[in-house]
Design a protein around this ligand. Structure first.
Ligand code: FES
Length: 154
């Protein structure tokens, strides 16, 4: 069941769009902000509010890779694997992150501190290789920068 706060925040989005179905990404992001991810139950509840099926919402969520359909860690690392970052050293950065975190892409650390995910171009190709942690973008990555950056996220 959506909380009164979640419902109020989603309904506040309705006035920004001609059709309340168009708020679906915002609605799922609101749920995710409160719960950390969007469960099947939450998807069903959002669907009821927006007159959409859970299947329709799941289809949207699967195209929008910032909606989590399973639990994630306290911080989410998105390492860019698109062409500029690939050319500029993505593989070394990915490898170092994997070593520091002891997880592979798609996994969450056992202490639930980090989830490690790939992402398409972050729009910072002139500062490749790049990654995001939560809402922070980290640019011009070099091996020596990885550990100090990770240390900022507890
Ligand atoms: S390719 Fe990585 S930021 Fe564009």
């Amino acid at each position: 069941m959506l909380t009164p706060e979640e419902r109020a925040e989603i309904e506040a989005e309705f006035s920004n769009y001609p059709d309340k179905k168009a708020t679906c990404i915002d609605a799922m992001k609101i749920v995710q902000k409160h719960r950390g991810w969007v469960s099947d139950e939450a998807l069903h509840d959002v669907g009821e509010l927006l007159d959409m099926s859970a299947t329709e919402l799941d289809g949207v969520a699967s195209f929008y890779n910032l909606i989590f359909r399973q639990p994630v860690g306290r911080h989410v690392i998105y390492v860019c694997d698109s062409v500029s970052c690939w050319i500029m050293g993505y593989e070394r950065i990915r490898q170092l992150l994997s070593e520091h975190l002891s997880v592979e892409l798609g996994e969450t650390t056992p202490d639930q501190r980090f989830t490690f995910l790939p992402i398409v171009c972050l729009g910072a190709c002139d500062h490749a290789p790049a990654m995001m942690i939560d809402d922070d973008t980290h640019l011009d990555l070099e091996p020596g920068k990885i550990e100090p950056i990770l240390d900022r996220y507890k």
